[in-house]
Design a protein around this ligand. Sequence first.
Ligand code: C2E
Ligand code: MG
Ligand code: MG
Length: 254
Amino acid sequence: NDLRSAVEHQQLALYYQPQVDGQGGISGVEALVRWSHPVRGRVSPAEFIPVAEESGLILALGAWVLDAACRQLAVWTDHPQLRRVTVAVNISARQIQQDDFVQQVRAVVRRHGIEARRLKLELTESVLISDIQGIADKMVALQLDGIRFALDDFGTGFSSLSYLKRLPLDQLKIDSSFVRDILIDPSDKAIARMVISLGHSLELEVIAEGVETEAQSSMLASLGCHRYQGYLYGKACAAPAFEALALGAAAAPA
Ligand code: C2E
Ligand code: MG
Ligand code: MG
């Protein structure tokens, strides 16, 4: 009930976490939803997204997130230093399973007048439990518009590799659970190496999540991964704070 009223009463906010390339430039952001509860304070999406998924509220919440992210993208499009930034939006299984998902996304893109290729949709392997062909068809339709797709938390779910060739993906995200101990756990390093080489062979971009230290980032670079997201580069923050960070990075001497 609280969550329902949060969606209705604008207690939700979108935060943006930078994604950087090998030169340290900001190439994009991931939009991450935040809930400020009037009594409980800040509630983590790790807690309320599963509740939203079970209750069906994820459809209203997800529509709000997509709209807010595209509105922000439109603002940045007019900004000389931010116009190339991509915005990645997390999409839950129930959202993409809706019959009119493609039409919904197209309507939001049109409403805000954004370039479709600046929008990236992040899916997890959980969307592939049922009707892979139906999901793939929707992805193909949106990809023809220019929208890009990332596979989030890669390696933590079902990880049947056959879907990688059936889905029109642009990016694999190495899950933070493999990055955390990449310096000390040889299995994590081996998995990261495997994901990177798989990505390259399939001509997919690879980005590592949860990068917190220079040592992790150097290790990933040595394995061939040159895109990173994590606290080392910045936590998710409100749009003005992200803009200050991005403009500061752009202004800094090389
Ligand atoms: P995710 O999509 O894998 O997002 C990455 C999570 O890792 C975010 O947590 C982010 O703040 C956190 N993170 C980023 N860098 C680091 C780091 O260096 N170290 C550590 N320890 N953590 C880091 P957050 O924002 O709490 O989101 C958790 C999950 O909630 C997301 O995982 C995503 O699955 C879900 N979520 C968030 N926003 C949305 C949304 O708008 N829609 C949907 N469907 N799911 C969302
Ligand atoms: Mg994500
Ligand atoms: Mg993830």
